[in-house]
Design a protein around this ligand. Sequence first.
Ligand code: URA
Length: 272
Amino acid sequence: MQFPRALESVLQTLERMRDETPHRPCASRRALEILNRFPSSSEIEAVESAALSSPNLMGHENTCPSKEHKIDKLAQINERVSACVKCPNLANSRTQTVFGVGNPDADLMFVGEAPGADEDAQGEPFVGRAGQLLTKIIKAMGFGRGEVYIANILKCRPDTPGSSYGNRPPTPTEMQTCRPYLMEQIDIIQPKVIVALGAVAVEGLLGTRAPMRELRGRWDSFNGTPLMVTYHPAYLLRNQAPSEKRKVWEDMMQVLDRLEKPISDKQRNYFL
Ligand code: URA
C-alpha cells in the first residue's frame, strides 16, 4: 500500500477505535516524540517492532493505563510517601505528608512548592489562602478542582524549628530528595500540560533558577510534556496589583489554548 493510503487507513482505524471502544487509542511518550520529530526509517522500524511486541498500540507496557490502574499506582506511591523519613527533620515535624489531589487521569496538572500549615493539617495541597485563589483560577478556566491534579515538589511541610507558624522555602537538598515521588506521579498521570506555580516549582521540575519575570508566560518542556510557568498564587496575595493577576490569567489562557479548550469572551476579559 502506498504511504498516503496507508496513513489514511491508520487514521480511520484509530478514529473507529476512539469512537467505538471504551479504551481510547494511545501511544507512549517515546512513540509520540519520535512521530513529532519526523522519524528516520530506523526509528520507524523501532516503533513498529515495539508495537508488534506489545499488546498496546505503540509499545510501552504502561502506555495507556486505565484510571483504576492509575489510582492503584498512585496509592502505592502515597503509601511510600507516608512512611518516608528521608528528611528526618521533616518527618519529625510534619503532621502528615501531603501527596496530591485530583483526577489521576487529568489533562492538566498544577505543581506548587510545598505544603504550608493548612495543608499539613488537612493532608491536601493548596487548601489555605493561596489554595483558595488557585481553586478560583481553576474554576475560571472552566474546570472543577477534582478535574485537574494538584501536587507539590515537597510532600512535607518545611519545618521552622522553634516556631509553630511561618513558612520557609524548601532547600535544594529537600527538593532533590523528594523529586522522584513527583516524577512518578507525573509519569502515571501523564498530563497534557503542567503548570509550574512559582520559581521553586520551576527549580524543582527543571532545575533552572531565574527571576519569575523572565520565566513566566513561556512554554517550557518537562520530559516532553508542555510546561507553563506562572506566578505562585501566594505572590498574587502579596502583590494585589491587577496587572500581576492579569498576567497569571493570560498564562492560563495559553494553557486553555494548548488544551484546545474554547475560550469564551467572558474568559478573555476576565480579571482574577
Ligand atoms: N503553597 C504551595 O506551594 N503548595 C501548597 O500546597 C500550599 C501552598
